[in-house]
Design a protein around this ligand. Sequence first.
Ligand SMILES: C[S@@+](CC[C@H](N)C(=O)[O-])C[C@H]1O[C@@H](n2cnc3c(N)ncnc32)[C@H](O)[C@@H]1O
Length: 192
Amino acid sequence: MAFNPQDHYFKKAKKEGFLARSAYKLDEIQKKYRVIKPHDKVLDLGCAPGAWSQIILKIMGKSGFLRGVDLTAVTLRAPNAEFIQKDIFEMAIEEFKEAPYDCIVSDMAPKTSGVVFRDQVLSEELCQKVIELSDVLLKPGGHLVMKLFQGGGTKEIQTQVQKRFSKHQMLKPSSTRKESKEIFLIGLKKKG
Ligand SMILES: C[S@@+](CC[C@H](N)C(=O)[O-])C[C@H]1O[C@@H](n2cnc3c(N)ncnc32)[C@H](O)[C@@H]1O
């Protein structure tokens, strides 16, 4: 089937006031695994334009705190959210002032080049970085959600998540396009 940028989820997002159709991916993950709770401190990596942030802010409520990071600026504003426009590979740990977090989510994706293998490797590098950050910034008992373009390194990344979390899952949300290689790795309850 031809790629249709204005598909069902695109139209639904527009109607429901979400900044992107990706909102429904986190919504499905949240309904299944309850990774975010009211009052949580959450780190949203690759947060632009801000649809996941909208979902997170709704769940955590006013007493939670959201830190978002993206290469691109985010126009979304909330009293309990702060956004940093930066490359995740160039950030110092000290910049995550409010850490540790209850939950880290990453919807980061490399700019797709069309060369499948290259995009997969770049996506794996992003996941490696997220795992490294979660070692330092995520509370014991906290949860991790990250996007990965499936490829040769998938097993290795899965193993790394498995080692660090009491439970791990892999999900391809129903709003992900059928032809897409993206999946979400979910680590529940970081080991202490
Ligand atoms: C699919 S979009 C995220 C959509 C977002 N979750 C939402 O719901 O609005 C992927 C994002 O990852 C960001 N990204 C990719 N590489 C990054 C990096 N090295 N550091 C920070 N952000 C990065 C991109 O700029 C892009 O905005």
